[in-house]
Design a protein around this ligand. Structure first.
Ligand code: ATP
Ligand code: MG
Length: 214
């Protein structure tokens, strides 16, 4: 459905995927996606909220409906941003490889997929399911959070897997220390979250009483 606007020619499209729990989505995610879109000339950025994330089973996560709706509210004003339900609708845990396969289609006809993720996560890629196929199907945009040394990242990556270096682009994002954890903690303490997330998301959190119990 995202491919129709480019004269139906999916093969020439560049699509950014941004996976996350998005509990809730915040300005850090949005600024990152917009910066990636512009720097890498992406046709779209698709936000993919996780269903039941394999690494977060122990943590209490808001219902997928809430996370999907908040993400939709947050991207409403950006014509290049979309939200996908592919992971939310999947039964059982989903992995990055499944999602990338879903969007890249067959290798010849599908769009070029760039997966946007935190730089620290990339260093753990060897523990990801089918990471070799993943590296064939997509490239990565590794985003640095404030305080993160991209030089050290490059060195570590070079040492661990020199072949990967041209599959990973680095993207430095202006200082945005906000995280979903920080927002949830602030809500639980009765503190304002204004400007940390778009206003409709802030209102949604209030209306549904999310995060009140920390
Ligand atoms: P939590 O605090 O619950 O872990 P989070 O803020 O890290 O939430 P996620 O949904 O876990 O958000 O992250 C989705 C993606 O966004 C990940 O790739 C993560 O590295 C990236 N990300 C999160 N916060 C920022 C930020 N402030 N700047 C840039 N990227 C971010
Ligand atoms: Mg996180």
């Amino acid at each position: 459905m995202f491919f129709l606007r480019n004269n139906g020619n999916a093969a020439t499209m560049k699509v950014g995927l941004m996976g996350g729990t998005f509990d809730p989505i915040h300005m850090g995610h949005l600024v990152t996606a917009e910066e990636a879109r512009q720097q890498f000339d992406l046709d779209y950025v698709i936000f993919v909220p996780t269903g039941s994330p394999p690494h977060k089973e122990m943590v209490k996560i808001s219902l997928p409906e809430h996370r999907y709706l908040m993400t939709s509210l947050a991207v409403m004003s950006n014509p290049y941003f979309f939200v996908s339900t592919v992971e939310i609708n999947a039964e059982g845990p989903t992995y990055t490889i499944d999602t990338v396969r879903h969007f890249s289609g067959s290798e010849k006809e599908g769009p070029e997929v760039l997966f946007i993720t935190g730089a620290d996560a990339i260093l753990e890629i060897f523990s990801w399911k089918d990471y070799e196929e993943l590296l064939r199907l997509c490239t990565f945009i590794a985003v640095s959070r404030p305080g993160y040394s991209l030089d050290r990242f490059r060195e570590t990556l070079d040492r661990a897997c020199p072949d990967m270096v041209n599959k990973v682009h680095l993207l430095e994002i202006p200082a945005l220390a906000v995280s979903s954890t920080y927002i949830r903690e602030r809500v639980a303490l009765g503190k304002t979250i204004k400007y940390l997330t778009p206003e409709p998301v802030e209102q949604y959190i209030k209306k549904h009483g999310l995060y009140l119990s920390g």
